[in-house]
Write a protein that binds this ligand. Structure first.
Ligand code: KG4
Ligand code: ZN
Length: 345
């Protein structure tokens, strides 16, 4: 937990955040950077039997949960809905039907309360989760964003300027974890299950690195790595030899994560930026967290790792980015629509 001494929250606004971009319906209440409540109702268990998220089922689950989760968040925060100064909700990127539920609910709530509405970019939310860990965080900082939908190294230059330093040219790293899990016969969601299995093995198999260097820029690519894991398992099956699944999980994890850690630290050093942050579901990975901590301390960089529950999708991060928008007066109109795909910035 961060030290709140010296951080004055008395006059800070109360922001209610809503997140519904995938299979988690979440609502959080924050005051300034201080999280008063952070509730989530997940339909992940329901999706397990389908081996992934079914959009229509996810939308229906959001419809059932959004009202309840909001009531719970206000109750846990010990606040009446009248104390809310602004409502923030994710408008993209994500599953359209899912986004529409949280976004419409958020707009209606803001309209009824006559408070500003803040339409939040989900990715910016993941980046803003670091502010909840350390309310004194200020740009510039470099972020490793590693989620199920995105993989990028980003530079927050100042309050207004952001740069994409490197990103994936195909699959996201979380997607690769989920696909590799399927190849190894592990249930959805794959990331945490690969992590569990990897602990029983060692990274003895050399899979191709997830890094691609073309002439112009550094890129990541996860489709090659995923295919290589698939081929390795199929070849062993054809030969009739047993695959050590734990070694595959550990070796895949290393190949997927090492280049992300190495390049994030290199970018921070090259830019003269002293702070590194992480965000996205894969930032919950123990190996990533240990490697990033080791590399940052080796190079004298300050690292901000969000708590595990703030790496995967949550509403506190949406409220946190809502706060950034609120203090800059970046209010959204009621005509703001949901969008399945939006640029990072
Ligand atoms: O950020 P997130 O909750 O949703 C998106 O915005 O995509 O990320 C979900 C992804 C999934 O692919 C999941 O398998 C992965 O994060 N994930 C993990 C771990 N926990 C979640 N990957 C590796 N290790 C974990 N411990
Ligand atoms: Zn996410």
């Amino acid at each position: 937990m961060y030290d709140l001494s010296g951080y004055k929250i008395k006059d800070e606004p109360v922001i209610l955040g809503i997140e519904s971009s995938c299979d988690d319906t979440a609502c959080a209440v924050i005051k300034g950077r201080c999280v008063l409540s952070d509730e989530v109702m997940s339909s992940a268990a329901l999706m397990e039997k389908y081996g992934g998220v079914v959009p229509e089922i996810a939308s229906r689950a959001h419809t059932d949960a959004v009202d309840l989760v909001t009531k719970k968040a206000l109750e846990k925060a010990g606040l009446s809905v009248r104390c809310v100064d602004a409502v923030a909700a994710t408008y993209g990127a994500g599953l359209l039907g899912s986004l529409l539920v949280g976004l419409s609910f958020g707009k209606a709530l803001a309209y009824a309360l006559r408070v500003p509405f803040l339409a939040v970019n989900h990715i910016r939310g993941h980046i803003a989760s670091a502010y909840l860990e350390d309310p004194r965080l200020m740009p510039p900082f470099v972020t490793l964003l590693a989620s199920g939908g995105h993989t990028a190294i980003l530079h927050t230059v100042d309050e207004e300027r952001f740069e994409v330093l490197a990103e994936t040219s195909d699959d996201a790293v979380g997607e690769a974890f989920d696909k590799c899990a399927r190849v190894l016969g592990l249930p959805y969601p794959g990331g945490p299950n690969i992590q569990r299995l990897a602990k029983e093995g060692s990274a003895t198999i050399t899979f191709p690195s997830a890094e691609v260097r073309d002439k112009s820029a550094l890129r990541f690519s996860y489709s090659g790595l995923k295919t290589s894991v698939m081929n390795y398992c199929q070849r062993a099956e054809q030969r009739g030899t047993a695959v050590d699944r734990a070694d595959v999980a550990a070796s895949f994890t290393k190949a997927a994560i090492d280049p992300l850690v190495k390049r994030t630290v290199e970018f921070a050093l090259a830019l003269g930026v002293e702070t590194v942050t992480c965000g996205g579901g894969v930032a919950a990975n123990e190996y990533l967290r240990a490697e990033m901590s080791r590399a940052c301390s080796e190079h004298g960089l300050k690292l901000i790792l969000p708590a595990l529950a703030r790496c995967t999708d949550n509403a506190a991060m949406i409220a946190s980015e809502g706060y950034n928008m609120y203090i800059r007066g970046m209010f959204s109109g009621m005509s703001k629509n949901a969008a399945a795909r939006i640029p990072l910035w």
